[in-house]
Design a binder for this molecule. Structure first.
Ligand SMILES: [Zn+2]
Length: 241
């Protein structure tokens, strides 16, 4: 995987603990345990965690299996192996290089007030800023593209050159698009699935992502595609300014 799994260490640390909470921070999952500690999981591009009955066959690319006392197994499956899992002792969360540099949570109550001025203070393209995990954690490429389309903002525009009222609106759109995606159970682009194995249905509502060359559903102009920060960035040349 992206970081090699230390299976002997995981076996030693995770064994006989109780999972007391499941949290998300940015794009990371944290399974908190008692006695205190956490299993940190990143699903990468294609990873998923499946709850499966122990007798059911394991899918190819099952990298980690947690046998639960209640019967089923929690399995980490990741065909493309961009994800990882590692053990965190209490206190590690504050010092772990992946977690300690993460910016604000997009759905936290203060974000709608605190994020727009941070975006306004930067000269990078707004799309790059939305993807910068040190500013705001957990907004992926799809959601950045969609929220910029919804807010009518050109992805290449510098943060500093966007009026604060428009940045306020953008942050609201980021929050809405994330909430909708969570409600729908994720984004079906290729092989994502929800923890239970059910596929999400958010893809049907994507208005910009994956639609370069198709007509804008707001103004019928053909959507174009830019590459910003190395990532594909569809946008409407007419209604995103
Ligand atoms: Zn348009």
């Amino acid at each position: 995987m992206r970081r090699p799994l230390d299976l002997p260490l995981l076996r030693r640390e995770v064994n006989n603990r109780r999972i007391t909470a499941v949290r998300r921070r940015g794009k990371y999952l944290l399974l908190d345990t008692e006695p205190a500690g956490s299993l940190l999981v990143h699903l990468g591009m294609s990873g998923r965690m499946l709850l499966a009955e122990a007798h059911t066959p394991r899918l190819p690319h099952t990298h980690l299996v947690l046998r639960l006392e209640s019967g089923p197994e929690l399995r980490l499956v990741d065909p493309r192996r961009f994800g990882f899992a590692q053990w965190l002792n209490p206190g590690d969360e504050a010092t772990d290089p992946s977690l300690s540099t993460l910016g604000m949570e997009p759905l936290a109550p203060d974000t709608k007030n605190e994020l727009p001025p941070l975006l306004h203070a930067r000269k990078s393209p707004i799309k790059t800023l939305l993807l910068d995990q040190r500013l705001v954690a957990g907004v992926g490429n799809i959601y950045a593209v969609e929220s910029l389309w919804r807010a009518g903002i050109r992805p290449s525009r510098q943060g500093a050159r966007i009026a604060m009222t428009r940045l306020d609106r953008l942050v609201r759109e980021v929050q809405e698009v994330l909430c909708e995606a969570i409600e729908q159970g994720g984004t079906t682009i290729r092989d994502f699935s929800a923890p239970g194995g059910n596929f999400g249905y958010f893809a049907v509502r994507l208005q910009a992502y994956g639609r370069a060359g198709a007509p804008c559903s707001r103004c019928a102009t053909e959507l174009r595609e830019a590459r910003i920060g190395g990532r594909s960035t569809p946008f409407c040349p007419q209604c995103q300014r």
